[in-house]
Ligand binder design. Structure first.
Ligand code: GLV
Ligand code: MN
Length: 195
């Protein structure tokens, strides 16, 4: 969903202080093979957290060679029971393939219909642009997923962190009304995300 490129490539110069809708290009004379290969998704991420999850991005910020090419990928690691919590990508459709493990993948449409399936190694899924989705490891071992995006920087709005972990904090009145719960419930959730 990103704009089409106007040249073969434009390896992002992340160090440049100037940037408009994207980044300036690295000088062609300085572009090498290294700019088009990325080993950052080789290693398992750190899953020692409350969600038992890790997302390692291969987007323009970590792999500047994808700049202007309209694509990127992530590596998702989940411990048994681990959850990639409900989130959405404002700028991208997502496709994914489970490499290892047994994963419940689901998304909810704008009509509030829930679509889901349990996937195993080699099976793919797609999440339409902007819809809320998650992946949960429902197997006994680790799960490994690779995801792909039609954006160099899909962005991720992680709902629990977005609503209950923002800085400054969203007012409790808004959250108690929105979720129809008492203030202690809201404070309880906020306390899990740093308040
Ligand atoms: C998975 O949903 C991801 O965003 O990589
Ligand atoms: Mn996603």
């Amino acid at each position: 969903a990103d704009p089409d490129p106007l040249q073969d490539f434009c390896v992002a110069d992340l160090k440049s202080s100037t940037s408009a809708n994207g980044f300036p290009c690295k000088l062609s004379s300085e572009v090498t093979s290294d700019d088009f290969f990325f080993d950052g998704l080789v290693k398992e991420g750190n899953t020692s957290n409350a969600f038992g999850w890790s997302v390692t991005p291969g987007n323009v910020l970590t792999f500047p060679g994808v700049h202007t090419l309209g694509i990127s990928m992530n590596r998702v690691d989940l411990v048994p029971g681990g959850l990639n919590p409900p989130h959405l990508h404002p700028r991208s459709t997502e496709s994914g393939i489970v490499i290892e493990g047994k994963v419940l993948v689901g998304f909810v449409s704008t009509a509030n219909v829930f679509y889901s399936r349990v996937l195993r190694g080699g099976e793919m899924f797609v999440v339409p642009k902007g819809l809320v989705h998650f992946q949960m490891n429902v197997g006994k071992g680790k799960a490994l997923i690779f995801t792909a995006f039609n954006s160099e920087l899909p962005g991720s709005v992680v709902l629990p962190l977005n609503l209950f972990g923002s800085k400054p904090s969203v007012p409790n009145d808004v959250l108690t009304k929105a979720f129809q719960v008492d203030e202690d419930v809201v404070n309880g959730i906020k306390s899990k995300f740093g308040f």
